[in-house]
Design a protein around this ligand. Sequence first.
Ligand code: ADP
Ligand code: ADP
Length: 228
Amino acid sequence: MARVSVESLRKEYDVGTVVAVDDLDLEIEDGEFVTVVGPSGCGKTTTLRMLAGLERPTSGRIRIGETDVTDVHAKNRDVAMVFQNYALYPHKTVFENMAFGLRMSTDLSADEREARVVETAEMMDIEELLEDKPDELSGGQKQRVALGRAIVREPDLFLFDEPLSNLDAKLRTSMRAEIQRIQDELGITAVYVTHDQHEAMTMGDRIVILNDGTLQQQGKPTDVYENP
Ligand code: ADP
Ligand code: ADP
């Protein structure tokens, strides 16, 4: 886990005619879970993609722990992302999906990798699915695997891009509880993007409201929303 520091982060598209993120400053404490909300087009996804290293900022800096990662590509950042569409490798089993990220990001032996995958699968209650391929899984199971794949790497930073929006209401509730449990047990540092006010209210230590690429308001959930 690590502290994250975002300084004057800016992203322009179409030679400056679109300012997606407008000199954003943001500090995230070690072990803090920050929820980012705001209207469509306010810059949530662009911010997340820059934190992930999938998008190069126009200007500004990003630090994770002691390291300035601004010019470090996604594959060399100690960051794990959980997407709305799960983004599992369709031809790999659940075990291979989870072990692959681990192989890319650590120098564990094959035995150690296997032990960590199995341990994480037990934590996520997906140990029965390890030999299955993604197309044999339900949406809820896929998202548990995607979460497990992120957790197994023990990254400095977790990035969530509307991870629950493809699930039905009942699954959303149980996955929300699952993510809260992970947060409680592991004390992860996370940025969680959602357009769902209820999710933002119930998850996370702090809510950040973006508007037009800038930080409009931030605070504890109960301070930001009048009706807790
Ligand atoms: P959000 O995730 O909050 O809906 P985005 O970060 O996706 O917002 O988009 C912020 C702004 O940047 C929007 O005006 C969007 O149209 C624009 N934008 C995002 N990606 C691109 C792109 N690849 N090219 C041009 N404009 C983009
Ligand atoms: P490709 O260029 O084939 O799509 P890359 O893995 O090189 O694949 O890049 C994926 C994304 O990451 C692109 O949007 C690219 O602009 C961005 N990118 C590449 N290098 C960096 C970097 N050093 N820092 C931030 N973003 C980067």
